[in-house]
Structures are given as C-alpha cells and as structure tokens.
Ligand binder design. Structure first.
Ligand SMILES: NC(=O)c1ccc[n+]([C@@H]2O[C@H](COP(=O)([O-])OP(=O)(O)OC[C@H]3O[C@@H](n4cnc5c(N)ncnc54)[C@H](OP(=O)(O)O)[C@@H]3O)[C@@H](O)[C@H]2O)c1
Length: 265
C-alpha cells in the first residue's frame, strides 16, 4: 500500500533513539523528508547515518531541549526552513521518572510534566503555523498507556500522559476544521533504553530483582512480549499519512492488550 508520504516533511522530536529513531527510519522508507531533533548532537548524527545508510535519505538534524520554549520553536522553524515547509510533527521526546509519591522530587515532576507534557505543547504551538501555511497537516503524539491505566509506581508518566491525551483531543477539535489532524499512539512497554530504566525503577519500588520485574511486565501482556520500536513506528506512519484522512482526536492503544488484561503488575 502506498501511504502517500513521498516528499512530505516530517519532524520527529526525540528522533535520535528508540521509538523516535524507528519512526525516522520508517518515514524515510516511505519516501518522506525527515528532520530529527534531540539534545545530543552525537546521537542525532548516528541516527541520521543509520537512516541514510539504509534508505539513502540524509535526514536534517537539529539539537534542542524541548524543556525550553525557545529551543522547541527554533527546532521546528529550522526543520521547516530547511525543507521549505512542514507537513507532520511527531512528538516523541519524553522521559518520566518512575518512583513512588514519597520518593519523587520536585525535579522529577518538573522533568516529566515539563518535557512529556509541556514539550509536546511547545512543539504543537510552534508547528501549527507551519502546518496551517501548508493548508493542513498531521500531529502524532507518542504518549503511553499509563495515561489511561495510571500506576502508582509510574505516577509522573501517568499524569503527563493523561494530560497529553487531553491535549490531543482538544487540539483535534480546534484544528480539525483547518485540516490539521491530531492523534495519539499509546504504547505499553516498548523495547528501548527508556524501558530498561523503568524496569529497574519498578524492581526497586517492588523489592524485586530486575529479572523478576521484567518477567512480570512480560507476563502482563497477553502477547507474551513487549512491543518493538518498529511496531510503534508502523502505526505512527500510517496515522501521519493521507491514508488516515478521517482519523482525528483518536488515541490508538498499542499495548498487546496489557491494559485489558491488567494483572499482577
Ligand atoms: N519505551 C517505552 O516503554 C515507552 C512506552 C510508552 C510510551 N513511551 C514514550 O515514547 C517516547 C519515546 O520513548 P523511548 O523509549 O523511545 O525513549 P528513549 O529511547 O529514551 O529516547 C528518547 C529520545 O528523546 C530525546 N530526548 C530526551 N530528553 C529530551 C529533551 N529534553 N529534549 C529533546 N529531546 C530529548 C533523546 O535524545 P537526547 O537524550 O540526546 O536528548 C532520545 O532521542 C517517550 O515520550 C516515552 O514516554 C515509551
């Protein structure tokens, strides 16, 4: 199936690793023109090299910290300037510390809400004028199923994700009439560096070994394994494509039925 993404300009925040990198690869395979942003220049360079090596497309890269409004705006503007426009924003830069209420610090909360929620807000705000100039576009927010199945050991992620779901639904209503469609993907556990950190925090808070914590997470998913970054990327590219032309304000659960099966986690 041709998704119709050839030549589209796509900016992915958190694009140097994990789900964001997989999205960059998948968009490039579809013939899109890709821009990646993250804080670390080295990681971005490596990601761009990997994408260029596999697809022949050399992504534009730009460093910036999505905790800061000026950086978010500069990165979005730089990508749009480089490719003379913007069609798709994928918000994927997030890091929510795990932990229990009594152990979480003000800084933990500031990081989770300041990046996973406000970072998404900032990038949406910066991208919308560019999408509007194109006569429409797509925003895909990579969120996480904790927003709908809050967990006390992932409190900061649960709160930020719930806020991102509200943001997605509200912006879909406001900008849908302009052809700017806003949707969310809600993965459960995904096999990235971030997941390893969450497993270790879960093990600490539950008094388990790392191995038992990981085994419990896997047992909680009826498919018997966690998701791969590529599986998330496949859904993201479809949602961002002209093929998903009537999808707006949707949040797609991608957790192998973990939420439905809620168990002994
Ligand atoms: N992995 C999971 O199990 C899972 C499940 C559900 C949802 N999610 C969500 O999916 C998204 C991606 O997760 P992931 O597992 O792929 O993460 P990851 O492997 O840790 O990658 C995070 C990416 O974000 C960038 N980043 C981190 N802080 C940033 C900042 N302040 N400004 C700009 N970029 C920043 C990182 O690069 P730099 O460090 O160089 O900036 C990197 O490119 C996150 O929003 C996460 O909450 C993940």
């Amino acid at each position: 199936m041709d998704l119709g993404l050839g030549g589209k300009v796509v900016l992915i925040t958190g694009g140097s690793k994990g789900i964001g990198l997989a999205c960059g690869m998948e968009f490039a395979r579809e013939g899109a023109r890709v821009a990646l942003c993250a804080r670390g220049a080295e990681g971005l360079r490596a990601a761009a090299d990997a994408i260029a090596g596999e697809t022949g497309h050399e992504p534009f890269v730009v460093t910036g910290d999505m905790m800061r409004w000026e950086d978010a705006r500069r990165c979005v503007d730089a990508a749009a300037a480089h490719y003379a426009g913007l069609d798709v924003l994928v918000n994927c830069a997030g890091a929510s510390p795990g932990g229990l209420l009594e152990n979480l610090t003000e800084d933990d909360w500031k990081l989770s809400l300041g990046l996973k929620f406000m970072g998404y807000v900032r990038c949406c705000k910066a991208a919308i004028p560019h999408l509007r100039r194109r006569g429409g576009g797509r925003i895909v927010n990579v969120i996480g199923n904790d927003g709908v199945k809050p967990a006390y050991w992932e409190l900061t992620a649960s709160a930020a994700n719930a806020a991102d779901l509200a943001l997605t639904a509200a912006l879909a209503e406001q900008y849908g009439p302009e052809g700017i469609l806003v949707n969310a993907v809600n993965p459960g556990p995904v096999d990235t560096a971030r997941w390893e950190g969450l497993v270790r925090a879960y093990a600490r808070d539950k008094g388990l070994s790392r191995e038992e914590a990981s085994a419990r997470a896997i047992r909680s998913i009826p498919l018997g394994r966690i998701c791969t970054p590529q599986e998330v990327a496949s859904v993201v590219v479809f949602i961002a494509s002209p093929r998903a032309s009537f999808m707006n304000g949707a949040s797609i659960t991608l957790d192998g039925a973990q939420r439905k099966a809620l168990m002994d986690l």
